[in-house]
Write a protein that binds this ligand. Structure first.
Ligand code: MOS
Length: 766
């Protein structure tokens, strides 16, 4: 088909502008409905019962009293639950391999062991309290250190090598002029989105509709269909608004499937809300990490060896690797490198992706170690990083698609006032308080996956653009609306962007910070092609004022198509469609895939195109990675050990910024999470019983407004020329990376105390 007509240059582009969220009004009015708020007639309520031991078996589960309680519809246990499909081989996987309610075995504290369904939530909760469970308890495995001999080495994580050797580390270390070797540890952490997970399952004959708090409607559909043993076509997943996910809604977990099972048994719609306490065992966590970091360098600061050995806990009933060392392979130029990951099985639920999985704890260790080495060498920490800057990807040897890390260091340092830093620990004071300045590098991969979108112009003037992507509060609704508005020459108010339904054109899971990079080219491709198609209709139509006009001479603005140098000659999209008796013209674009040719339906209404094939055919030659520099100021009370992060500067290179307001909010959130990771967040397991001691927001501390000082976000905002025509790599997770190290480094600078065990609570500073 035709070449792309460039969008109207003379009208101002809305992409990049810090416009308000298009869904903001709905949200402040309470009209944006989250899963648990969606009304359903005749709904029943399901409550999960979870194990209170970490290992053993259920000796007896007495449901007789509960079954007779008021309003109870059913109690489902391993004795009467329907068989659910295992996930083996390439079948769609839920977050955990263990299929619940299929046997009496218990592998961890908080494992689902029963579901009670009743007329009301209160009745279901009360009945759940009447279920009597007795166990045959065994001693659980809890402690990684004790189980080290049983550690094993996973090979890959999403195709990335987890065990890597480059050069000769042992030899380099033996000859090292300067070296440091330390162990850094991070605790179990939980995502804690404010919207806890919830599902409403509605059967209509053999058709299942599932409203679910999920980061991936397509994956959820595949998993639900597979585990229930029904065709994908019979399942529809809907997730219009999600109140934060941070990884715990990336996989589909068993509560979603159990809600569908319960709804089928009672023959009514069923709502299942995971309680805050249950969130700690029902949808993953970040595993504990033990990271041994060894760095050596020449006297003038050039790295000669990096060794990063990570030991992690994983579950008996599922495997998850926190790839702490993956970024170590690529962050700095170094001829000799060893990266290893060891797993130890313990009795916990399966861990999962959480807020920059791998990079968040990994950069804590690596970037703390760099700071220690900088002190050994007497070299400024920023300077040390610049000395070891990786000009190409050291692991693959590929050139970066675009990298502006040196600019991040320079601009961040300038904004922060880094040159005024006296490097001596304890040298900066403000009355009683010790002041510390620390910094670290931030990094996260620039993922992009195949994605599609549909753009529709209606004869009645409406414009709908849709894709099965998600908005976890990140701003997807807004940025996709901006892209479509520019491509179609329409104001943002005239675009209705829809997302979060599995029946929409396919998009990837909203994880890995890939949604903007993946979906933006599809939305742009569909909208541009749609504009071209409609203009072509006018050009070919004798009764159009634009008959036989040259495409390049045509501009669009506010839904009107006209000649650039004779603006009075033109007509609206709606007029063109109406004259052609077309109620709608639609284009579906598939971005970043070699699949499918352009297809067109006979009535000229539906077109499928493939974009991105020529757009980035050289894609494979480049390494896509985002970078940044994090600068922290802390104020430490020397006698109380209290730490306040008073100032933070985050200088970030993620390619082009689609909306400076929503992108900035992403980094503000990331820095806030990093602060939580540095100073507060920790889930404690009782070492005897294997039970969680922390399972609510009173004990699991996350930062609140009073904890947050001034956060300054700088974007380099240079389009990545190779990732897509849009040039956007995506924001999200990079914001948290490096933050804990920057804060820990600042605390060292303030106090002279090097804390290598997160979180840095006051007791560790006294
Ligand atoms: Mo994110 S932890 O990749 O959902």
């Amino acid at each position: 088909m035709t070449g792309v007509i460039s969008p109207p240059k003379e009208t101002e582009q809305v992409v990049g502008k810090p416009i308000n969220r298009v869904d903001g009004r709905l949200k402040v009015m309470g009209a944006a409905r989250y899963t648990a708020e969606i009304p359903q007639d005749n709904i029943a309520h399901a409550v999960l019962i979870q194990s209170t031991i970490a290992k053993g078996r259920i000796k007896d589960i007495d449901t007789s009293v509960a079954e007779k309680a008021p309003g109870v519809l059913t109690v489902i246990t391993h004795r009467n639950a329907p068989k659910l499909n295992q996930t083996e081989g390439n079948s769609p996987k839920p977050g955990e391999n263990l299929v619940p309610l299929q046997s009496d075995k218990v592998f961890y504290d908080g494992q689902h062991i029963a579901v009670v369904v009743a007329e009301t939530l209160e009745q279901a909760k009360y009945a759940a309290s009447l279920v009597r469970v007795t166990y045959e308890e065994e001693k659980p495995t809890v402690n990684i250190e004790q189980e080290l001999p049983k550690a094993y080495q996973p090979e890959q994580l999403f195709g990335e090598e987890l065990q890597v050797q480059r050069g000769d580390v042992a030899k380099a270390l033996a000859q090292a002029e300067v070296k440091i070797s330390q162990t850094y540890t991070t605790p179990i952490e939980h995502h804690n989105p404010i919207e806890s997970s919830a599902t409403i399952a509605v059967w209509n004959g053999n058709q299942l509709t599932v409203y679910d708090a999920t980061q991936g409607v397509i994956r959820a559909r595949n998993v639900v269909a597979h585990t229930l043993g029904i065709p994908n076509e019979n399942v529809r997943i809907i997730s219009h608004f999600v109140g934060g996910g941070f990884g715990c809604k990336g996989y589909t977990w068993w509560h979603t499937i159990l809600a569908a099972v319960a709804a089928r048994i009672v023959g009514r719609p069923v709502k299942l809300m995971v309680t805050r306490q249950q969130m700690f065992t029902s949808c993953g966590h970040r595993p504990r990490t033990i990271q041994q970091l060894t760095l050596s360098a020449t006297r003038d600061g050039k790295f000669t060896a990096i060794r990063h050995i990570t030991t992690l806990q994983t579950a008996e009933v599922g495997e998850y690797v926190e790839g702490c060392g993956l970024m170590t392979r690529i962050l700095y130029a170094c001829p000799n490198l060893e990266v290893a990951h060891n797993l130890v099985r313990v009795n916990t639920g399966t861990a999962t992706f959480m807020r920059a999985p791998g990079e968040a704890p990994g950069t804590f260790a690596l970037e703390s170690a760099l700071d220690e080495l900088a002190y050994e060498l007497g070299i400024d920490p920023v300077e040390l990083r610049i000395i070891n800057h990786a000009d190409v990807n050291p692991h693959t040897g590929k050139p970066w698609s675009s990298k502006h890390l040196k600019e991040c260091y320079q601009k961040g340092a300038e904004r922060f006032g880094w040159s005024r830093r006296n490097p001596t620990p304890g040298s900066m004071r403000d009355s009683d308080y010790l002041i510390g300045w620390g910094m670290a590098t931030a990094t996260f991969p620039g993922y992009r996956s195949p994605a599609s979108a549909k753009a529709q112009l209606f004869a009645d003037g409406r414009t709908i653009v849709s894709s099965a992507t998600h908005d976890l509060g990140t701003g997807t609704y807004t940025i996709m609306t901006q892209i479509a508005a520019d491509a179609l020459g329409l104001p943002v108010e005239r675009i209705e962007f829809k997302l979060g339904e599995s029946s929409m054109p396919k998009a990837p899971v909203a994880g890995g910070s890939q949604s903007a990079a993946s979906v933006a080219p599809a939305v742009q491709g569909a909208a541009e092609e749609l504009r071209n198609r409609v203009i072509r209709l006018a050009i070919d139509d004798e009764s159009s004022p634009l008959y036989r006009a040259a495409q390049e001479a045509i501009s669009t603005e506010n839904g009107r198509v006209f000649l650039k140098n004779e603006p009075s000659r033109g007509e609206t999209y709606a007029e063109i469609l109406q004259r052609n008796n077309l109620p709608v013209v639609e284009v579906e674009a598939i971005a970043n895939t070699a699949a499918s040719e352009t297809q067109q339906s006979s009535d000229n209404k539906v077109v499928r195109i493939c974009v991105g094939k020529n757009e980035n055919s050289d894609w494979q030659q480049y390494a896509f990675q985002s970078f940044g520099a994090q600068f922290a100021e802390v104020r430490v009370h020397p006698r109380l050990g209290q730490v306040h992060v008073t100032r933070f500067v985050s200088a970030i290179d993620v390619g082009r910024i689609l909306n400076h307001k929503t992108a900035r909010s992403q980094i503000l959130g990331g820095v806030t999470f990093g602060l939580g990771m540095a100073l507060m967040e920790e889930t404690v397991l009782d070492q005897q019983s294997g039970r969680l001691v922390v399972r609510n927001l009173a004990d699991y501390h996350v930062p609140v407004h009073a904890d947050i000082g001034d956060i300054d976000v700088l974007f380099i905002d240079k389009p990545d020329p190779h990732i897509s025509k849009m040039g956007v790599r995506g924001v999200g997770e990079i914001g948290i990376t490096g933050v804990a190290a920057a804060i820990a480094n600042a605390i060292y600078h303030a106090t002279g105390k090097r804390i290598r065990d997160l979180p840095i609570t006051p007791d560790k500073l006294l």
